[in-house]
Ligand binder design. Sequence first.
Ligand code: CMP
Length: 139
Amino acid sequence: QTERSLVLVKPDGFSRGLTGEVLRRIEAKGYTLVALDVLTPTREMLAEHYAEHEGKPFYEPLVDFMSSGHVAAVVIEGNRCIEGFRALAGATDPTAALPGTIRGDLGRDWGRKVQENIVHGSDSPESAAREIAIWFPKL
Ligand code: CMP
């Protein structure tokens, strides 16, 4: 049951130079990199990507934050890589994320409106397919 997941190194992670560390952990875990891009996301792309969060209090700050700089977008592949990458990433809140995870080891609360938590990973096969089509329309 090989599957693909969309991983984003968000502007906080990218600007801190953590892209290599995130890719290193993905590869060390044994997943394969299928596609890679560096770009500043448009608000239109983010509106699609975060459609399920529209209307939530953190939605506007989230789109502001995500469109504030470069991100690395990555498609990874491997059996159960969606669940596996979320385990590597750790809990959404980097303060609470366990040490050993990307967010637990490398993230913290910076006192801003949105949780800047270094990475995004798809949460289901359906979201992975939807998100990969947004970030890599040619895949
Ligand atoms: P992600 O899982 O990539 O997608 C939704 C993002 O919204 C999440 O990462 C966080 O960056 C942010 N987020 C989720 N919940 C909250 C919250 N309660 N307050 C602020 N930001 C949040």
